[in-house]
Every structure is written in structure tokens, then in C-alpha cells.
Design a protein around this ligand. Structure first.
Ligand code: PMP
Length: 356
């Protein structure tokens, strides 16, 4: 008798390596800049809403997520039928690939990009087609277009791109979408959209409303600071949103997460002020690095990228030594989140010393 075997491609799924937490150090405050989290603690009103929901944890959450769908629908000016909630936007990416790919189909995405993409493709039994980002960390949308074949079912566009930082412009996206065959689903991963500050920034909602093959994925984890609660949403044409809801896990988004997300939308002005402060810190970090002789790609998320190749692990170790934990990608580079001012200062100091 042999033991049950998972599908062969399941055995080949690459591991997701999470950002490491800092190790406590005697006499030194340590900081976590390894997971692109929001350094601010929850707003009191958001925490109160979560606690109130937690008091009824013996009950299942509202499976229809009525309040959150309604709040998002009002906020974005789209019908609730164009939305789908999930346990973080990473779940939406898994669900999109599961709903749209047959085994052997191809998923095209930039590389390096979000490390869950190859995993999600493998889970769906799809083949990953990775198109290298340009030297400046931008998507090479022309090359991505050329990579589309008869087997391509989904293209993932990560903007701003994690971990390299740049965002695509509306003009670039429009040109790309005009050339992508309409049966190919284009997922625009906007996990960091609230941090974008540039002219010609993508207006995701207006874009999906012009294209029947475009879905946006967004999250409460980054700008809204709810990473620990796991809630994200997709916005897209109603038939695509319906397909996503159909493959979603029943009761996946907890009552606590739903309540905190609704309260976050109600308190959005205060939360977006924090985003402005993080964007200002990002500018301060980039300028500090430049003054220290270190250039980084155009940073449009809540993180910066050091494309240091073989020195990635050494740079990460030097940051560790200074009490800031960053995220190395061996042989490629280091990503550091924008965090507390003191953490950012240390990052600038170490990187300038190490690389400048
Ligand atoms: N997309 C990108 C580009 C990300 O960087 C992340 C988080 N690291 C996610 C999606 C997923 O975030 P969450 O599941 O917390 O919404």
C-alpha cells in the first residue's frame, strides 16, 4: 500500500519566504522592514470596531460581507457586483489563476516581482512565463506582450512592482491593454496603489471599466495597516468578479476583518494622512541614499530596492547588525520597507556606508 500522493506539481511548489521578524537585542531597539508593513498601530476607532466584532466570535461572519461590499462600492463608485472580497489580495491572485487557468496554461508576469506569483501559478497547475524587469526595475511591457502565446490565459502586472518599486503609467498600461488579446485576463496588482505619487498614474477603476479583461487586486494590508487581519478585494467587470466569488472560500473573511475594514474606510482621511507621512519618509530615504552615493529605482510603494546582486545577503546582514531587518533576495537585491523614522535613518546610514 502506498501513501496518498499530492499532484506532482504540488510537490514542486516553491516555498514562500516571509520577511523575518527582528531578534530582540540588548540595548538596541530593533525594527522590522522586511514585509512592507505599515508601521502605524491601528486607529482607536478601527481597533474598537474589531473588538466589538470579536465579541461575537461564536458566530460565523456575514458570508455575503454586505457592509464591506457596500462601503467599498460607495468608496470606489462601482457596483458591488464588480467586487470580490478575499483573505488578503494574495488569495485573490490564487483564486484568479484557479478560476481562469487550465493545467498547462501560461501565466505571464514580470520578474523579479511578487514572490507569490510563481506559487499561485503552480497551485493552479499553470506554467510561469517570467519576463525580466528592465535595468531600472520597470516592467518591460513590450517584452511581456511578446511573451503572450496561444496558451497564455493570464498576465499579471504588478504596479508599483514589489520588490523593485516603479509603477507603470496610464499611457503605458493603455498601450499594453490595446495590444493584449481580449481573451487574456490582465490582473493589475495594485497592493501599493495608495502610495503612488506621479503624473500619469494609473486610474485602475476607469481602466477596468473600459476593458472586459481587466481585474484590479487591492488590499487593506498596506495603506490601511490591517496586514494581520487578511482582507483584500478585487475590482473588475461583473462576470469576472462573479467567477472570483464563486471560487472563494466560504466565510473566508472573518467578522473581525470585515468590521475593521469597514471602520478603516470610515476613517480613511486619517489613514491616508499616515500614507502621506510614509510617502514623505520615502522621499527622505531616497534623498538620504542619494546624498550617500546610493541610487535606488523609482520608489512608488512603501519600500525601496537595492539591486546589489551578489551582495544582497551581505547588505542584509549589515542592516541586521544595525537593528533593522530587511528582506534579501539572494543574488538579486534587498528590499527595505519604509518604517519608523529611526529605522529609516539607520537604513540610510548602513546602505550609504555599505554601498556609497
Ligand atoms: N501583491 C503584492 C505586490 C504584494 O507585495 C503583496 C504583499 N506582500 C500582496 C499582493 C498581498 O498582500 P495581502 O495578501 O496582504 O493583501
Amino acid at each position: 500500500m502506498s501513501a496518498p500522493q499530492p499532484r506532482p506539481n504540488v510537490l514542486a511548489i516553491p516555498a514562500y519566504v516571509p520577511g523575518r521578524p527582528p531578534t530582540p537585542r540588548e540595548g538596541l531597539t530593533t525594527y522590522k522592514l522586511s514585509s512592507n508593513e505599515n508601521p502605524y498601530p491601528p486607529l482607536p476607532g478601527v481597533l474598537a470596531a474589531a473588538e466589538q466584532a470579536a465579541a461575537a466570535m461564536n458566530r460565523y461572519p456575514d458570508m455575503a460581507g454586505i457592509d464591506l461590499y457596500a462601503a467599498l462600492s460607495a468608496r470606489l463608485g462601482v457596483p458591488a457586483s464588480d467586487l470580490s472580497l478575499a483573505t488578503g489580495s494574495v488569495a485573490l491572485i490564487y483564486q484568479l489563476l484557479q478560476a481562469f487557468c487550465e493545467p498547462g496554461d501560461e501565466v505571464v508576469y514580470a520578474w523579479r516581482s511578487f514572490e507569490a506569483y510563481p506559487i499561485a501559478a503552480a497551485v493552479a497547475g499553470a506554467a510561469s512565463v517570467r519576463v525580466p524587469v528592465r535595468a531600472d526595475g520597470r516592467h518591460d511591457l513590450d517584452a511581456m506582450l511578446e511573451a503572450i502565446t496561444d496558451r497564455t490565459r493570464v498576465v499579471l502586472v504588478c504596479t508599483p512592482n514589489n520588490p523593485t518599486g516603479p509603477a507603470v503609467t496610464q499611457t503605458e498600461l493603455d498601450t499594453f491593454l490595446a495590444a493584449v488579446p481580449s481573451h487574456v485576463l490582465v490582473v493589475v496588482d495594485e497592493a501599493y496603489v495608495e502610495f503612488v505619487r506621479m503624473s500619469d498614474a494609473v486610474d485602475g477603476v476607469a481602466t477596468y471599466q473600459r476593458h472586459e479583461n481587466v481585474v484590479l487586486t487591492r488590499t487593506f494590508s498596506k495603506a490601511y495597516g490591517l496586514a494581520g487581519l487578511r482582507v483584500g478585494y478585487a475590482v473588475g467587470p461583473a462576470p469576472l468578479a462573479a467567477a472570483l466569488r464563486a471560487v472563494s472560500l466560504p466565510f473566508g473573511v472573518t467578522s473581525v476583518a470585515q468590521a475593521a475594514a469597514v471602520a478603516s474606510l470610515a476613517a480613511e482621511a486619517a489613514l491616508l494622512e499616515r500614507v502621506d507621512a510614509l510617502v514623505a519618509e520615502r522621499a527622505r530615504v531616497v534623498e538620504g541614499l542619494r546624498a550617500g552615493g546610493v541610487d535606488v529605482p523609482h520608489a512608488q510603494g512603501n519600500f525601496v530596492w537595492f539591486g546589489v546582486g551578489d551582495r544582497a545577503l551581505d547588505l542584509a546582514a549589515a542592516c541586521d547588525e544595525a537593528g533593522v531587518v530587511v528582506r534579501p533576495f539572494a543574488g538579486d537585491g534587498v528590499r527595505a520597507s519604509i518604517g519608523e523614522a529611526e529605522a529609516n535613518d539607520r537604513l540610510v546610514e548602513v546602505a550609504s556606508r555599505f554601498l556609497g
